[in-house]
Write a protein that binds this ligand. Structure first.
Ligand code: PLP
Length: 398
């Protein structure tokens, strides 16, 4: 009756299952995995958001497959703010970045084609690939990307499967926070040209990389066919409003062909609702008040994390960008058993590194978005638990 691609195992993983049981029994947790910005105590301009969504023009349907012009102009201004001039005609709006991936996989790949994606990586890409009948061809991030104290921007950039139709770069990376430096960008672009692969760059966390000098959008890339995706979900902290986009650049003939084809895909679904497009300019302006709050929160929680880990023989790994903290516990660890014990005994929630496919066991991932007091208490309990947990003393990332 059903497709093979949807034959998922619907069982809950042990952490989620037990968390639900404990919550049902009345327990509450210090949640170090909270990454929904609307549930983290930030101040939003509620009235301005309501006003943005109540434009009278929403009562009429005037579909434009690439998205309403005014919304695309507002997105182009976002890139201008990053120092990258962008033509609104080179943008296609989507309902989310996740949908943008789906459109791009459909644009570039036939069933079974390969797409090179980084590991470690956040888990969503597996599902997106399955739903688009695409096979992921993982490439390993440079080891420096998740080694405490290492500078990743000069590490040799890894090669990728030469048969891949596209290469995905997430910059800043989720969860490691890394961005390629100039030489690594050149290497990536040359490899795409050499293997005739398109470049897909996910920049949802670009605004949370201010400490990295290499924070440059790929929207200005002209040498090879390049798709940059982002959306309101992270850059304006508005995941519930469902507006993403794809910017297309590269050699003109290829770029225009890609845009025409994308337009037909978008025209098939017309999935971006009118109110959010009419409000796009005002909703993007939410960033003005929000990004500073989020950056302050990330910096405060990052400092707390660094301080707490020092005494526990663990270190924060990765670059200071994005919303996540990568903890290298400094030894081999059964991550799931540790996370389960931490939840049962200390009532603290963390993600084990294997959710993100780290190359060896010994990583924990926390969100840096949560309330600072909850975060401090949770991280202190985590550090104390690490001190009590025997490990095998492995320090290398090999
Ligand atoms: C790196 C990255 N890209 C894309 C997404 C999905 O974003 P959207 O809400 O726009 O679908 C996420 C969600 O966490 C993410 O971490």
């Amino acid at each position: 009756m059903f497709s093979r691609r949807t034959a998922w195992d619907h069982g809950l993983n042990p952490l989620t299952r037990e968390q639900r049981e404990l919550r049902a029994a009345g327990h509450s947790f210090l949640d170090l995995t909270r990454s929904n910005p609307t549930a983290c105590g930030f101040e939003y301009p509620d009235e301005a958001i309501r006003r943005a969504l109540s434009d009278d023009r929403l009562l009429r349907y005037t579909p434009e497959p690439r998205g309403l012009r005014d919304a695309r102009e507002a997105v182009a201004e976002y890139y201008a703010g990053h120092g990258v001039p962008v033509d609104p005609d080179h943008l296609v709006l989507t309902a989310s970045t996740s949908e943008a991936y789906h459109y791009l996989f459909r644009l570039l790949c036939d069933p079974g084609d390969r797409v090179a994606t980084p590991v470690p990586s956040y888990p969503l890409l597996d599902f997106l690939a399955t739903l688009s009948d695409v096979t992921l061809a993982p490439y390993s991030l440079p080891r420096e990307a998740f080694t405490p104290g290492e500078a990743v921007e000069r590490a040799p950039w890894p090669g990728f499967d030469p048969t891949a139709r596209a290469v995905v770069l997430v910059q800043p990376h989720n969860p490691c926070g890394t961005m390629p430096g100039p030489a690594q960008r050149d290497r990536l672009v040359s490899a795409c040209l050499e293997h005739d692969a398109a470049l897909i760059v996910d920049e949802v966390f670009l605004d949370y990389a201010e400490e990295l000098p290499e924070r440059v959008s790929f929207a200005g890339e002209r040498r090879t066919l390049t798709f940059v995706t982002s959306g309101l979900s992270k850059i304006a902290g508005l995941p519930q409003l469902k507006l993403g986009w794809i910017h297309v650049s590269g050699p003109a003939a290829r770029r225009d062909e890609a845009l025409e084809r994308l337009e037909t895909i978008a025209d098939t679904y017309l999935s971006v609702n009118t109110p959010v497009q009419l409000g796009a300019r005002s909703l993007l302006a939410v960033r003005d008040g929000l990004i500073g709050q989020i950056r302050d929160r990330l910096a405060a929680n990052r400092a707390t994390l660094d301080q707490a880990l020092g005494g526990a023989g663990a270190s924060a790994a990765g670059s200071p960008a994005g919303w996540y903290g990568v903890i290298d516990v400094g030894r081999e660890l059964d991550e799931e058993t540790f996370a389960l014990d931490l939840m049962r005994r200390e009532k603290v929630l963390v993600h084990p590194g294997f959710y993100y496919d780290f190359p060896r066991p010994g990583y924990l991932i926390v969100s840096l978005l949560g309330d600072v007091d909850e975060f401090r208490e949770g991280v202190n309990r985590l550090a104390a638990a690490l001190c009590e947990t025997p490990g095998r003393g492995i320090k290398s990332n090999g």
